[in-house]
Ligand binder design. Structure first.
Ligand SMILES: CCCCCCCCCCCCCCCC(=O)SCCNC(=O)CCNC(=O)[C@H](O)C(C)(C)COP(=O)(O)OP(=O)(O)OC[C@H]1O[C@@H](n2cnc3c(N)ncnc32)[C@H](O)[C@@H]1OP(=O)(O)O
Length: 225
């Protein structure tokens, strides 16, 4: 058995066939487009934080809303119909601009720059701002799970095979303050199509969340090579 990656995949009945899409575009062009669009997402992140924190008067809030609505209309003048999906080119470069954790065009994403070390430790660092609050001044538990899920998924997807989250278990050791966090994940063991991953979320003082996950190579992504 081998698990495919970079495949126009999803087989019949999975609903993923239109999401993993191969495109005839060079890596240089993908990089160029990201350099244009990522700063827009950065500015929208600032807008979200400013929307939470602003103390300007009510008329000013209404005027800003009208300006924002006008900007939304400009951006929607030409757009794709539906989600951005996961795309890849013949050079093996993949991009998922709408991804909720790492999407370069997604202002909801923190964003996260995920790194794989030569020893297969996968890690990422980011600063979680006021947009990610749950308990007062603390990171929302679901946001911690979101970040862990993604970094664990990258660890499980070594060598670009496709894996899906099957089961995630979180132990919230103590509350995570808003601010800098670090996520680390590594594969613990594999059994057939099941990849067991262990991970942590930490603030500068140490681990705040411990996670265990079972990631599955879906049956539709398996070939008999
Ligand atoms: C094109 C380029 C791409 C490149 C790529 C690069 C990397 C890019 C990284 C991205 C990183 C993203 C990280 C976020 C990842 C998500 O967020 S994924 C989204 C959330 N997850 C889902 O939506 C999954 C929904 N569930 C499913 O699709 C299917 O149930 C699954 C999980 C794929 C399993 O389906 P299946 O292949 O039919 O599995 P099945 O044959 O029933 O079972 C196989 C084995 O797994 C076990 N199993 C099945 N389901 C589960 C479960 N939920 N829990 C535990 N065990 C299970 C079975 O018991 C069985 O075990 P054994 O009998 O072999 O011991």
């Amino acid at each position: 058995m081998s698990a495919t990656g970079g495949v126009a995949g999803g087989g019949a009945g999975t609903g993923y066939a239109s999401i993993f899409v191969q495109e005839d575009v060079s890596t240089a062009e993908v990089d160029r487009l990201e350099a244009v669009h990522a700063p827009l997402a950065d500015s929208v992140r600032d807008l979200v934080a400013a929307t939470i924190q602003t103390c300007v008067d009510e008329d000013e809030v209404r005027e800003v809303r009208a300006e924002v609505d006008a900007l939304v209309a400009r951006l929607r003048a030409r757009r794709i119909d539906g989600p951005a999906g996961v795309r890849y080119n013949a050079e093996g470069r993949s991009w998922s601009w709408g991804n909720a954790v790492v999407g370069e065009r997604n202002a909801v994403a923190p964003p996260l720059d995920v790194v794989r070390d030569p020893d297969d430790l996968v890690h990422a660092e980011t600063v979680l701002g006021v947009q990610y609050e749950g308990p007062p001044g603390m990171v929302h538990g679901g946001v911690g799970a979101l970040l862990l899920d993604h970094v664990m998924g990258v660890a499980a997807s070594a060598r670009k095979r496709v894996t899906f989250t099957g089961t995630l278990t979180m132990r919230y050791v103590r509350a995570t303050p808003l601010g800098p966090v670090r996520i680390e994940a590594r594969v613990d063991r594999e059994e057939g199509r099941k990849v067991f991953v262990v991970a942590t979320l930490a603030d500068p003082d140490g681990v705040t969340v411990e996670a265990h996950g079972v990631f599955i190579v879906p049956s539709w992504a398996v070939t008999d090579a």
